[in-house]
Design a protein around this ligand. Sequence first.
Ligand code: UD1
Ligand code: CA
Length: 463
Amino acid sequence: MMSTPVTVVILAAGLGTRMKSRRAKVLHRAGGKTLVEHAVDTALRLAPAERVFVVVGYQADEVRRAVSTPGIGFIEQAEQKGTGHAVMVGRGALEGLGGRLVVFYGDGPLLRAETLRRLIEAQAAGDSGGALLAADMSDPTGYGRVIRDGRGRAIDVVEQKVATPAQLAIHEANMGIYCFRSELFWKHVDELRPDNPPKEYYLTDMVKILAAAGHAMEVLQIADPEEVMGINDRVELAKVDRLFRERRVKELMLAGVTIEKPETVTIDADVRIGMDTVVEPFAQILGRTTIGENCRIGACAIVRDSELADEVEIGPFTIVAASRLERGVHCGPFARLRMQNHVEEGAHIGNFVELKKTRMGAGAKASHLAYLGDSQIGANVNIGAGTITCNYDGVAKHATKIGAGAFVGSNSTLVAPIEIGAGAYLGAGSVITEPVPPDALAIGRARQVVKEEWAKKRRALGK
Ligand code: UD1
Ligand code: CA
């Protein structure tokens, strides 16, 4: 069915005035991604990158930059002269590609590729010019109305502004999502005229033009109108964001993830989670995070752009960013893994421990109150409470290296660059500035002084 090649054009040149923003509408985020990224991801499920085009205008460079997939084409529409004009300016790039021309907007991120596939299939019949997506709405105010012929095909779309009272009474609204037969589209596109109050080239006029040429369009009624909800202001942005997250959470639950109080949890579109993992209330799992099976993500934890193997446990109120955690690692509650950490199998990061660019060896432990930055920590090292790596001298960052099995006493201060040998012991409260050889004991603190009776004498003096 999908043997005819498909080209996708995403219209994203407008500012979106009602957003009341200095940023183009499609740069706003819902479900963890910019709206334009959602649109491109949907398009890529139908066509290869070389056949996906984004029409950019307002903040064209920023919109280009927001699209990270290589190979996507951009069509510059310097002046926004209407939805028809937006496609027309791409003629040079698009006309030669043939096949089907699918057009939709960059501001409707809930649209499913599956729906577009059905739209493409809806126009398979012999002489139709294509197919458009419509919805029966109780209040279609603002939408173009679909005018059908006796056979049920669309022969016109009439915009709200120019519709007659009889046309306004039609409840079937045009969703602005089309699949055209490319060859027919380009053959007739020059017939578009800006003969309407805003003097725009309306893409909707193609319906009338194609019908006049004997190619009325098929109409596909959308089952779930929420799917085509476009975003015009920030209230709608928030609503779509919520729908997005509900959709994602539901997919994950059906795939075997337990999500407690799902209405409180935030999980971005590209997150993957394995079976039997439990996500507690108010957790946020963001960006390109992958979580294995049988993990637990604690209440109010935030995990971003990280990779968690199986059996990992993230305690409540813990933040994990851009880090890799191997099987059986335990973090938190109240831990912070800032970035580029690699925690090996079975290691334990306890409460109020911060890690930055640190590798914790298998079975290593930092159970309470520590800062470990720019550090290589060997297997089974024990980091006592209050340990600090002094990795910054005010100018540059320096590394700390601790060999396997070393024992770092509580409240140690490790002045980097520094190396502690495997199996060494550091006395509690030490300030370590010199390298410690393997298996040695290092104590770097003032010797304790005891002054007998000192307190008693002081009291006697009445002080
Ligand atoms: C359009 C349809 C209307 C349909 C509605 C569904 C037309 C004339 N009307 O109206 O029948 O019911 O969508 O939402 O097409 N854009 C560009 N360049 C332009 C103009 C628009 O890229 O020159 C983009 C905008 O960024 C926007 C989208 O196209 O995302 C829709 O444009 P808009 O002007 O909002 O069309 P509607 O008035 O909503
Ligand atoms: Ca609109």
